[in-house]
Design a protein around this ligand. Structure first.
Ligand code: ZN
Length: 137
């Protein structure tokens, strides 16, 4: 009985549980340089950690909401989701964001103004918050 309840209580680690600090720094830099326009890209992960920010031809940064054309995204299993910026202080997904989240990948980041280590949140494909650990490597 003991082993069973322990197993039940064990937190299940997500397939993607972290982001490399280097990748987060790049996201912060890119979001700041695009402001007040939005920045959008896809995310690549290795062994559970987001390692790379990948610009794709389907990613359009504009004055309006960033539109990520997921139909044009590469069918690359190491691409796990998207990152985009909000020029507002709210890192919460819009209806359009939720549409993208549910259509592509499983780990998505929104970084809000002022684009720092505290102003981003991560979501799963259902738009539910997930925690990502910042990993120094
Ligand atoms: Zn958005």
């Amino acid at each position: 009985m003991g082993w069973f309840s322990r197993k039940q209580a064990a937190p299940r680690r997500r397939a993607v549980w972290g982001i490399r600090r280097e990748a987060l720094d790049l996201i912060i830099e890119a979001a700041r340089s695009q402001h007040p326009r939005e920045f959008g890209a896809t995310l690549r992960a290795e062994r559970g950690v987001i390692t790379e920010v990948v610009l794709t031809p389907g990613t359009i940064a504009g004055d309006a909401h960033t539109f990520i054309n997921y139909h044009l995204l590469p069918t690359d299993p190491s691409i796990v989701g998207t990152i985009h910026s909000h020029p507002s202080p709210w890192a919460h997904p819009s209806d359009a964001d939720r549409q993208v989240f549910s259509s592509f990948g499983h780990t998505h980041i929104i970084i809000a103004h002022p684009y720092d280590e505290e102003s981003w949140l991560a979501y799963d494909h259902g738009g539910q918050r997930v925690e990502l650990e910042v990993v120094d490597e």
